[in-house]
Design a protein around this ligand. Structure first.
Ligand SMILES: Cc1cc2nc3c(=O)[nH]c(=O)nc-3n(C[C@H](O)[C@H](O)[C@H](O)COP(=O)(O)OP(=O)(O)OC[C@H]3O[C@@H](n4cnc5c(N)ncnc54)[C@H](O)[C@@H]3O)c2cc1C
Length: 221
């Protein structure tokens, strides 16, 4: 457990914050992993929430990409009121998502955060290859790092919007048909992360497509 100062806090979308902090000297993590965090302020130190590192293990700072829920009156609402110099407390590192090999990343909303870290690491290693990202959001304004993913993945970045129809974007929820249309010879693994209802639906689709559980790497947010 260690407290770290906020270096930068800014909005990436209307409700997503990018928070950059100092890095504890001995902290070790893999791209895709998360850590429990609390706010170093009276009455908030014990309120732990999990957030994924979107920085890389070799970076000399930490970065988090956090969707805020003002109507929960919880930790993420408080994060909205923090400024440079305020402190977060870093607790235990954990997380089930780790890159095993090429495949399709399927994310809903803030569920994209482990894939930000993994794809950044692959970019750094010049190993982006044929990895694909299917990213589900309500509207275009909710898409986190849209330009970055477009530049990195080109046609292998597939957006689907449930509450908005836009040219060039799929509409509705992720279907078995959509997933199948993006499977090719390079697809081995399926990486899933998002809210529970989305995860349940996507797992059902993968099962219907005959994908073995051993090829699915997942974490519920
Ligand atoms: C391994 C892991 C990694 C994660 N990484 C990230 C990440 O990198 N970025 C990210 O954005 N998120 C991430 N999450 C999700 C993140 O942890 C939650 O969004 C966060 O905990 C929400 O905290 P909160 O205190 O704002 O709200 P909550 O803890 O959801 O809610 C606070 C209180 O509000 C009430 N409440 C709950 N839901 C509602 C509702 N719909 N309406 C009104 N009140 C409600 C409840 O009583 C609750 O006690 C991750 C989750 C996991 C498990």
């Amino acid at each position: 457990m260690e407290s770290v100062k906020i270096i930068t806090i800014e909005h990436l979308t209307h409700d997503v914050l990018r928070i950059e902090t100092e890095k504890p000297q001995k902290l070790i993590y893999d791209p895709g992993q998360a850590v429990d965090i609390s706010i170093n302020k009276k009455d908030w130190e014990q309120k732990l929430r999990s957030f994924t590192f979107t920085s890389l293990p070799d970076d000399n700072h930490l970065e988090f990409t956090i969707k805020t829920y003002p109507d929960h009156f919880g930790v993420t609402q408080q994060l909205n009121s923090l400024v440079k110099g305020d402190e977060l407390i870093i607790h235990d590192v954990f997380g089930a998502i780790k890159f095993k090999g090429e495949g399709i990343f399927i994310a809903g909303g803030a569920g994209v955060t482990p894939f930000i870290a993994i794809l950044k690491q692959l970019e750094k290693n010049k190993q982006i290859g044929n990895n694909k990202l299917i990213f589900a959001n309500k509207t275009k304004a909710d898409i986190i790092l849209e330009d970055k993913f477009k530049n990195l993945l080109g046609e292998n970045f597939i957006n689907i919007l449930s509450e908005e129809e836009q040219t060039g974007y799929e509409h509705g929820y992720i279907t078995a048909h959509l997933i199948k249309s993006h499977i090719d010879n390079n697809t081995k693994y399926f990486y899933l992360c998002g809210p529970d209802p989305m995860m349940q639906a996507v797992e059902k689709h993968l099962s219907a497509l005959g994908i073995s559980d051993s090829l699915i790497i997942k974490e519920v947010f």
